[in-house]
Every structure is written in structure tokens, then in C-alpha cells.
Design a protein around this ligand. Structure first.
Ligand code: ADP
Ligand code: MG
Ligand code: MG
Length: 249
């Protein structure tokens, strides 16, 4: 499980996260909703280890271990997966080749044997079919010329191959039409498991009709302001965030 304790984060002179506390247990799907610019993406970057953020106080514990001192690839090896944030385009490298390298890098880091091509092909064929991804697409260079929805499906494919311990999905719904939203959500739902937690960041309640969260947190002004069940998301859909942001900016 992930425990975030009293997290304070600045970018340059500006304080973005201000004593944030959040726990996501194994098997739990937690949603974070909140107004624009409140630090939701910052939180997901800090958990995954992106540079440029100054953590001045606090801890991020993965199964009790503080991961804040680890490099992004070390966190990934421990099972932290951030979707939808690095739509890296890799011209000249077929998506399939990239995915195989990612899966095998993770297996090596866990001391497991690498997958040989036939086994990998079987794995990827099954996973792609579930996500409505055509095998022809996997022969194309990663993300080059992919639509927003295709990039997201590709990220879910990557997540389903890597089987992370803790998956973070930031703005899952942006850029997805209703069919793609359903497919991506089904992909996430298929990965729900008693030993895997998810943090789903979204502006809109609609996504949570597809990915049903166990808990909903309202984030504003750099911290969690309220925690509840799915009904909290419905409430927010009606009232907006005005109760949490104070005076209108
Ligand atoms: P959210 O995801 O909730 O919309 P963000 O985490 O993206 O919020 O941003 C929080 C605040 O931090 C915003 O005011 C944003 O402008 C600011 N911010 C984010 N990244 C940077 C950066 N690299 N440099 C300066 N300010 C930033
Ligand atoms: Mg934003
Ligand atoms: Mg954001």
C-alpha cells in the first residue's frame, strides 16, 4: 500500500503541496478530484519520481519503505506506474519492441528470466485484443502519430503487461471519446486486484461511472480536504469545488 505523510512540495519558490496526507490500501481504487491547478499532477509526478520538484517535508511509503530517495526507474521496478503523463514518442522503435524491452527490464530487475519472443507475443496478443488494439499498430513507432485515445490505450496495454503494484492514472478521461473511455476503463477494471492499488485523478464524475472507486478524495489548495465514498463525487458534480477553494480565484 501507499502512504503519503505530510507531503510538502515546492516548485522553485512556489509551494504546491502543503502537508498532504493520503493512504491507498492494496486492492483499493482511490479517486482524487479537485479544481485545476491544485497540485494533482504534481502529486502524481512526485510519487513517480520526476525531477524538478522540491520535497521539503514528508514521506511517500510503498509497503512501508520511503521511496522518495529512489530514481524513477527504481520506483517503477518496485511497481509504481504512472499512466498518461509521458506520451514519449520514440521514432524508429516499433511499439512492440519497446514494450518487450520494458517487460524484460522489469523482469531482470526482479531477478526473473526474460521472456522470449514467442511467449511475449502470446502475452501481448491477449492483452491487445482485450483493449481493442490492432497488432498492426504495435508495429508502428511508439506513439508517433497516435491519437490521444490510442496513446491512452497503449499506456493501459503497458500497464497490463507490467502488472504494477500501484497504478496512478492522471486525467484518464481527457481526450477520450465515449467508446475509448469504456475500453480504457474496462482495461483498468480488469487489472483491479487485492494486491494492487490505484489512484485515479479526474475532473469529472463521469469517469467514476466506469471505474468505480472505493474512496473519493477532494483535493484543493495542495492537500486532501475531504474523503468519502463514491457519493462524494456525485455531490461535487452538483456543487462544484467552491466549498473547498474559498474565494473565487
Ligand atoms: P492540477 O494537476 O491539479 O491541475 P498541477 O499539479 O498541474 O495541478 O499544478 C499545480 C500548480 O503548480 C499550478 O499552479 C501550476 O501552474 C504549477 N506548476 C506545475 N508545474 C510547474 C512548473 N514546472 N513550474 C512552475 N509551476 C508549475
Ligand atoms: Mg491541470
Ligand atoms: Mg493535472
Amino acid at each position: 500500500m501507499i502512504e503519503i505523510k505530510n507531503l510538502h512540495v515546492s516548485i522553485g519558490e512556489r509551494k504546491i503541496l502543503d502537508g498532504l496526507n493520503l493512504t491507498v490500501k492494496d486492492g483499493e481504487v482511490a479517486a482524487i478530484m479537485g479544481p485545476n491547478g491544485t497540485g494533482k499532477s504534481t502529486l502524481s509526478y512526485v510519487i513517480s519520481g520526476r525531477e524538478g520538484y522540491d520535497v521539503t517535508e514528508g514521506e511517500v511509503l510503498l509497503d512501508g519503505e520511503n521511496i522518495l530517495g529512489l530514481e524513477p526507474h527504481e520506483r517503477a521496478a518496485k511497481g509504481v506506474f504512472l499512466a498518461f503523463q509521458y506520451p514519449v514518442e520514440i521514432p524508429g522503435v516499433a511499439t512492440m519492441t519497446f514494450l518487450k524491452a520494458a517487460v524484460n527490464a522489469q523482469r531482470r530487475s526482479r531477478g526473473e528470466e526474460e521472456l522470449q519472443t514467442p511467449d511475449f507475443m502470446k502475452l501481448i496478443r491477449e492483452a491487445s485484443t482485450k483493449l481493442g488494439i490492432n497488432m498492426d499498430m504495435l508495429k508502428r513507432a511508439l506513439n508517433v502519430g497516435f491519437s490521444g485515445g490510442e496513446k491512452k490505450r497503449m499506456d493501459i496495454l503497458q500497464m497490463s503487461l507490467l502488472q504494477p503494484k500501484f497504478g496512478i492514472l492522471d486525467e484518464t478521461d481527457s481526450g477520450l471519446d465515449i467508446d475509448a473511455l469504456r475500453i480504457v476503463s474496462e482495461g483498468v477494471n480488469a487489472l483491479r486486484s487485492p494486491n494492487r492499488g490505484f489512484l485515479v485523478i479526474t475532473h469529472y464524475q463521469r469517469l467514476l461511472d466506469y471505474i468505480k472507486p472505493d474512496t473519493v478524495h477532494v483535493m484543493a489548495k495542495g492537500k486532501i480536504q475531504k474523503t468519502g465514498g463514491p457519493e462524494l463525487a456525485l455531490e461535487l458534480e452538483k456543487s462544484g469545488y467552491r466549498d473547498y477553494v474559498g474565494e473565487a480565484a
